[in-house]
Design a protein around this ligand. Structure first.
Ligand SMILES: [Zn+2]
Ligand SMILES: [Zn+2]
Length: 343
């Protein structure tokens, strides 16, 4: 397939390629390791986004430092190898890891929380490590090192160091440190405790609504209709989109830089555009686009199930789907083309 200029399509392809590479790694002898996109580990110079909110992640795996006079909050520890990069970024901005008092995450997948155990050690200094706070339904996944994940729990390449959670969060709860309050919005589906964080950043005397999107994509092979380990998946996705649509947004951020076009906005910021990350229209169109993707995938899976159960189905012929990657089952009907692959 030729490269696409559509960031969403590129992101989908990148995620699929990562999963395929991980599947290939599965055939290799131990130790098993999920494939890592180079953009996940290539550093980006740290910078202040607005007010007391800073970017300390890589070119695609986002990590945020929110500073206060009584210590700092960090969102996302990322891969097991990421804490060293995050530490360098925090220190380049003039802060210290032991000043971090609270660690939060976007969701309990290895690319956003595998580094938590190591990162908490870096925050310890001579005092207690930061408090680790996680949304309720993601807590068993984090504390089992990924084994409790409904989709990837039996895939060794997706597991990570198990880490104890100090505070279990619930939808709408707040996390406060000194003069800063973050709100945890449960936007589940991608994981069962996927969390979108909001806060207000004061920039030039003006309050700006910040939204850090947790993860609105339906990964390949998710069963939206009748996954016995996650029967409410589709309802959770739908509720998540209602929540995302209701949030006021000036500054649009997320768990991956690609969600919000990080690299282009970073370039504009470096060139002197102080409001490069103010993008309410980009936020609205991103949420609407991902909701459309979810609804199309749900409709596709419902149709596939109807076709599977139809007495007219003549063959289960393996074929390649619209992405060109995965073999699925063809549901060709007598005298009609397959509704899934048009063959
Ligand atoms: Zn994820
Ligand atoms: Zn991710």
């Amino acid at each position: 397939m030729p490269p696409s200029n559509n960031p969403a399509t590129n992101l989908d392809r990148r995620f699929i390629l990562t999963l395929l590479a991980a599947a290939a790694a599965n055939a290799l002898p131990t130790p098993l390791r999920a494939a890592v996109d180079p953009e996940w580990t290539t550093p980006l110079p740290p910078f202040r986004i607005a007010g007391n909110l800073h970017y300390v992640g890589s070119r695609d795996l986002a990590s945020y430092l929110i500073t206060t006079p009584r210590g700092h909050i960090l969102i996302n520890s990322n891969l097991t190898t990421s804490p060293a990069q995050i530490r360098l970024s925090v220190e380049k901005l003039g802060f210290l890891m032991p000043q971090i008092k609270i660690l939060l995450i976007s969701h309990a997948h290895y690319d956003h929380c595998a580094g938590s155990s190591e990162l908490l050690k870096l925050t310890a200094g001579t005092h207690a490590p930061a408090a680790y706070m996680v949304m309720d339904a993601d807590v068993p996944v984090v504390e089992s090192g990924g084994k409790a994940d409904f989709q990837y729990g039996r895939r060794p390449e997706f597991l990570f160091p198990a880490t104890k959670v100090n505070r279990t969060l619930h939808d709408g709860e707040q996390v406060t440190l000194a003069d800063t309050t973050l709100t945890a919005h449960k936007t589940a589906g991608h994981t069962q405790g996927c969390t979108t964080w909001t806060m207000t950043a004061q920039e030039a005397g003006k309050p700006l609504n910040v939204v850090i999107v947790g993860g609105p994509y339906v990964p390949p092979r998710y069963n939206l209709i009748d996954d016995p380990l996650y029967p409410d998946m589709a309802a959770d996705f739908a509720q998540g989109f209602r929540t995302l649509s209701s949030l006021p947004c000036d500054i649009f951020l997320g768990a991956h830089g690609q969600y919000f076009d990080l690299l282009a906005k970073f370039g504009r910021k470096q060139a002197g555009d102080a409001s490069a990350f103010v993008d309410p229209d980009g936020y609205r169109s991103f949420v609407a686009g991902r909701q459309k993707d979810f609804e199309a995938e749900l409709a596709r899976q419902k149709l596939a199930r109807r076709s599977r159960n139809s007495p007219n189905t003549i063959a289960n012929v393996p074929h390649v789907d619209m992405f060109g990657f995965f073999s699925r089952i063809c549901f060709s009907q007598k005298g009609k083309t397959c509704a899934i692959c048009d063959k």
